[in-house]
Design a protein around this ligand. Structure first.
Ligand SMILES: Nc1ncnc2c1ncn2[C@@H]1O[C@H](COP(=O)(O)OP(=O)(O)OP(=O)(O)O)[C@@H](O)[C@H]1O
Ligand SMILES: [Mg+2]
Length: 271
């Protein structure tokens, strides 16, 4: 892995700053080796973007951070606690401190907007329906969804509204950690921009750490503090957008330079 900027010094020495620490990760499905000796530190309060080709294991890595998938070897520590050998109650408390916006199938299609956002609150078994109602309305307001849409079903919503409701559900428990898997995929440029602005505003207000998978350069440049590039089964480069763009790995060259003209890229990097 190439560590760029001051990460060279902080990646492993300053582990107390790692809200998520991945060490020596090896993931394999049958013959398919997805991660090999993958190491990564997510700093408290940052927006870290994961970039990589299709099938490079970005979603799998998020699922491992969430404790939904177990690797063959290696450790994933979240809030200092190992994802794969901590007790049930600790795991549950970590889950409560994490919000997720999944890559696809963001909402439960059989539940209304209201019930989707209420779902994680009801799972707590500690809030009455009146408290749940207040919280659902608050979360919908935070993502600029009018309460008149609360009884609609996901099939009746536009793509942009689905993402916003999914974000409201991810924020239901006031998470410290927010996982976003391709948050702007499928949105047109205007909707994508307004969704990114919304996440930026919420981040300023709620001060969470964000781990985000995206291939969208505009989302990357607007939201991310650092970018980790997954290729060859591990993190080949990590740093800010400009630092990563300058890296000579062939995937990085084709991802950042072939997809976008030099001029457009230079404009984004200068922002
Ligand atoms: N449960 C599973 N069983 C078998 N193979 C799996 C499983 N989950 C993921 N894989 C395989 O692991 C590899 C990485 O998958 P993953 O979904 O993490 O990639 P990705 O980087 O998120 O790709 P994309 O950009 O297309 O979303 C793929 O080859 C996928 O087919
Ligand atoms: Mg994926």
């Amino acid at each position: 892995m190439t560590l760029i900027g001051d990460d060279q010094n902080t990646q492993y020495n300053n582990v107390q700053d790692c809200i998520i620490e991945v060490k020596g990760l090896h993931t394999q499905f049958g013959e398919n080796v997805v991660h090999q000796d993958l190491n990564l530190c997510v700093h408290n309060g940052e927006v870290l973007a994961l970039v990589g080709g299709s099938g490079s294991g970005k979603t799998t890595l998020l699922r491992q951070m969430l404790g939904l998938e177990t690797p063959v070897h290696g450790t994933v520590k979240v809030f200092g606690c190992s994802r794969f050998d901590c007790d049930y109650n600790l795991l549950k408390s970590i889950r409560i401190r994490s919000g997720v916006l999944f890559q696809s199938g963001a909402l439960f299609s059989a539940l209304s907007v209201y019930d989707n956002v209420a779902f994680p609150l009801r799972e707590l078994h500690s809030l009455n329906e009146s408290m749940i109602r207040d919280l659902v309305m608050l979360k919908l307001a935070m993502v600029a969804i009018d309460t008149k849409h609360a009884n609609k079903m996901p099939a009746d919503l536009s793509g942009g509204m689905i993402k916003r409701v999914a974000l409201a559900r991810a924020l239901a428990l006031d998470p410290e950690l927010l996982f976003l898997d391709e948050p702007t995929a499928g949105l047109d440029p205007e909707l994508s921009e307004s969704f990114v602005e919304l996440i930026l505003t919420l981040r300023t207000e709620m001060k969470f750490t964000i781990i985000m998978v995206t291939h969208d350069l505009s989302t990357l440049s607007t939201l991310s503090d650092r970018i980790a590039v997954l290729a060859d089964q591990h993190v080949v480069a990590i740093g800010n957008l400009k630092e990563v763009c300058d890296h000579q790995h062939p995937f990085i060259q084709s991802f950042f330079k072939a997809a976008h003209s030099q001029t457009k890229l230079a404009k984004i990097v200068r922002r």
